[in-house]
Ligand binder design. Structure first.
Ligand code: R5P
Length: 284
């Protein structure tokens, strides 16, 4: 039975369909002091329980732990935890003295309530090593090609930094044609300022598909779009696996004149155009 977190209901429904599993009903409530309580009213004894929750904020983290526990308490034979978007995954090292490795702390907590974990396109696949139960990641980049128009002109699939070049290449391969390249990105962690240095590929007159794992504040993508506009790209499409789109990111990108901004349903957003559920279903 698929057991959804409150923030991940659409993905869970898509996963239930893709994996041909029963979609369980969950009641989400709060006690008068604000603490969460969840209930899984349907019987799951002797059955595999698949808890599906993007840990999009601290509340979602708590609910995920509660759902795991509810499934165990109800006698599930196995608890699998699917985290379509893993919060804190980008804090995979202590960036300054005195900081925690947050993704490790979260992974350890999640591991206590499950037999195995599946994440989707984490910022660094090595984050799976932080779990103390078997953990793997499904790569959803391939589904990002589907919404692109069939008539892209001399397309360039571009990642805004070198770390995402494999992702851009996967999107290109799924699309079927085009060149790939990456920009160099430098982020000043004090000011938040991002500097983008273009790569070698010509831009003028071409359709460009920018691809990354996540759009958070949109700064990385909007700086990249500015470079592409300066170099007279024909059309710019902006895509990512996790459309977090915080801090007015969508407005920032729309104002920059991009053709489209879209991502998958690992996060439920207006830009969640395609489902990553089928690639996760293959790993269940
Ligand atoms: C970092 O390297 C990631 O791949 C993304 O490029 C980054 O997290 C996006 O963040 P933002 O949208 O805030 O620039």
């Amino acid at each position: 039975m698929i057991i959804p977190g409150a923030e991940t209901q659409a993905f869970a429904a898509a996963l239930a369909e893709a994996a041909d599993e029963r979609l369980g009903r969950v009641e989400y409530e709060r006690f008068p002091d604000g603490e969460h309580v969840v209930r899984v009213p349907e019987a799951v004894a002797g059955e595999r329980a698949v808890v599906v929750a993007s840990t999009v904020d601290s509340d979602a983290h708590v609910q995920l732990l509660q759902l795991q526990d509810a499934a165990r308490e109800a006698g599930a034979s196995e608890v699998v935890t699917v985290i379509p978007y893993m919060g804190y995954a980008r804090q995979d090292e202590a960036f300054q003295g005195g900081e925690p490795v947050s993704s490790r702390a979260i992974a350890r907590a999640v591991s206590t309530g499950t037999d195995r974990v599946i994440t989707v396109t984490p910022h660094e696949p090595a984050v799976c090593d932080f779990f103390t139960v078997p953990a793997s990641s499904a790569d959803a980049a391939e589904v990002l090609a589907a919404p692109l128009p069939a008539d892209l002109d001399d397309p360039l699939f571009l990642s805004p930094d070198e770390g995402a070049i494999d992702l851009a290449t996967t999107v290109r391969d799924a699309y079927g044609e085009g060149e790939t390249d990456f920009f160099e990105k430098d982020r000043n962690y004090d000011s938040g300022e991002i500097t983008i240095t273009p790569g070698d590929a010509p831009i003028e007159g071409r359709d460009v598909v920018l691809a990354d794992d996540i759009i958070a504040t949109g700064s990385t993508m909007s700086e990249s779009v500015a470079v592409l506009n300066d170099r007279d790209a024909r059309r710019v499409f902006v895509t990512c696996v996790h459309p977090m789109l915080a801090s007015g990111a969508l407005t920032k990108l729309s104002a920059a004149g991009v053709e489209a901004v879209y991502g998958t349903d690992t996060l439920e957003r207006v830009a969640s155009e395609v489902s990553a559920a089928p690639v996760v279903a293959e790993k269940l």
